[in-house]
Write a protein that binds this ligand. Structure first.
Ligand code: KE4
Length: 425
């Protein structure tokens, strides 16, 4: 089927919204053509306005670990809506969600609910600065932590997709307080710490990078970050907006064994609704207003409908932790299929990326361990792969620098079919 209605909608959208979208990477800029407009989603499927159906490996960029429109989550949200959409006052649900996050992630004794991953990471960095009294932060090239000014430096995700790692409009002063290291390169971190003694408030890191494509931490890398931050009096912030409740119920710490001072969450924790969170020890989180001097607030923070979606999602995951074994195994099948095509694949649990590294056509072995490796990939080859998959009804992220997500709704049969398509590409 064609995509005539989507094309018409995209034309209308472009008249009223920059790029016709509300988030850049959705515009298909890196892969050509126009994006399809979604009418509804269910389980592993997206249905567009022209009646096409796609097997969805984007899962809304991560929240959809249970698949779309999980019946229990929908029922809970429908009931919550009947009690009103927002109160701007404390609710039982917020207490229960804070308790549930703390039960899953032992580093988190206290948590603050916010409305987006950007807000969560921006706030966690402010807490680290307030707690340490220091200004500078270290991030990693290719890591993406949302679009707050100080973190749009050498960022991944849509900025890499558009080849603009540093956004316009960010005052030089902000960028000056953000130091950039090389992911998986301990020396690059050590050098920045030595050049800025006593000035680094925190290292913020994606414990498994997923915004330059998936790049897992090399052996000892996270352990090194934990040691050097402790030795230097800086905090370690795990940005778990993607990895939280994705790699395991306990997120990156359960998956890697490495602890952090602050964790940020998004996507899954909100069950697909606008809800995110940041948290850490009682000592550190006591800095946050109204308890402490670090101000952070939000009209819709802890929104009762979003909290309901998050609570029900985490409840389902806690009742059936076997989900993680299932989605990890299915992602492993996809990994095998991509390797069978001679592609370099990075995978962490149910997160994976196939890279079109230089020489991929000749099946030349390559590794992608950092931003520079990822930047060297063949974007045209990726675009061709994306469109060939889409033409076979399989929707992967429209960017080499995003992850492929597997949900519990992706059955073994559907994954097997996908592997066939990958094999025939
Ligand atoms: P949001 O503000 O988009 O909810 O979260 C920002 C964020 C923070 N930290 C990490 C590790 C993230 O991956 C993100 C957002 N992820 C992108 C996709 N890689 C969101 C998709 C988009 O920008 O449209």
């Amino acid at each position: 089927m064609g995509r005539m209605v989507s094309d018409q909608l995209f034309e209308r959208a472009n008249r009223r919204m920059p790029g016709g979208v509300n988030s850049p990477v959705r515009a298909f800029g890196a892969v050509g053509g126009n994006p399809f407009f979604v009418e509804r989603a269910e389980g592993p499927w997206l249905y567009d306005v022209d009646g096409n159906r796609y097997l969805d490996y984007v899962c809304s960029w991560g929240p959809g670990i249970l698949g779309h429109a999980h019946p229990r989550v929908i029922r809970a949200v429908q009931k919550a809506c009947g009690r009103g959409l927002t109160y701007g006052a404390p609710t039982l649900g917020e207490v229960e969600l804070a308790e549930r996050i703390a039960a899953c992630v032992p580093d988190v004794e206290m948590v603050r609910l916010v409305s987006s991953g950007t807000e969560a990471v921006m706030s966690a960095v402010r807490v680290a600065r307030g707690y340490t009294g220091r200004e500078k932060i270290i991030k990693f090239a290719g890591n993406y932590h949302g679009h707050s000014d100080g973190l749009l430096v050498k960022a991944g995700s849509g900025l890499m997709t558009q080849s603009v790692p540093d956004s316009a409009g960010v005052p030089a002063g902000y960028a000056a307080s953000t130091l950039t290291a090389v992911y998986n390169d301990q020396e690059s971190v050590r050098r920045l710490m030595e050049e800025n003694p006593g000035q680094v408030a925190a290292i913020v890191v994606e414990p498994v990078a997923a915004n330059m494509g998936v790049v897992p931490p090399g052996a000892g890398f996270l352990e090194f970050l934990r040691e050097i931050t402790k030795a230097q009096g800086a905090l370690l912030i795990f940005d778990e907006v993607i990895t939280g409740f994705r790699l395991a119920l306990g997120g990156a710490t359960q998956y890697t064994g490495v602890h952090a001072d602050l964790h940020t969450f998004g996507k899954i924790v909100g069950g697909g609704m606008p809800l995110a969170a940041y948290g850490g020890s009682r000592d550190i989180m006591s800095c946050v207003a109204p308890l402490g001097a670090v101000y952070q607030a939000g009209t819709l923070s802890g929104n009762p409908v979003a909290v309901t979606a998050g609570l029900e999602t985490l409840q389902i995951l806690m009742e059936d932790p076997g989900i993680y074994d299932r989605i990890d195994a299915r992602a492993g099948k996809l990994e095998e299929a991509f390797r069978g095509r001679g592609l370099t694949v990075n995978r962490a649990g149910s997160l994976l990326s196939a890279f079109f590294t230089p020489g991929w056509e000749r099946r030349e072995a390559a590794v992608v361990e950092n931003y520079e490796d990822a930047c060297g990939c063949d974007r045209e080859a990726f675009a061709d792969y994306f469109n060939r998959m889409l033409s076979r009804g399989i929707y992967v992220a429209p960017s080499q620098f995003e992850a492929m997500f597997v949900s519990d709704a992706h059955t073994e049969e559907l994954v097997e079919e996908t592997c066939q398509v990958i094999g025939d590409l």
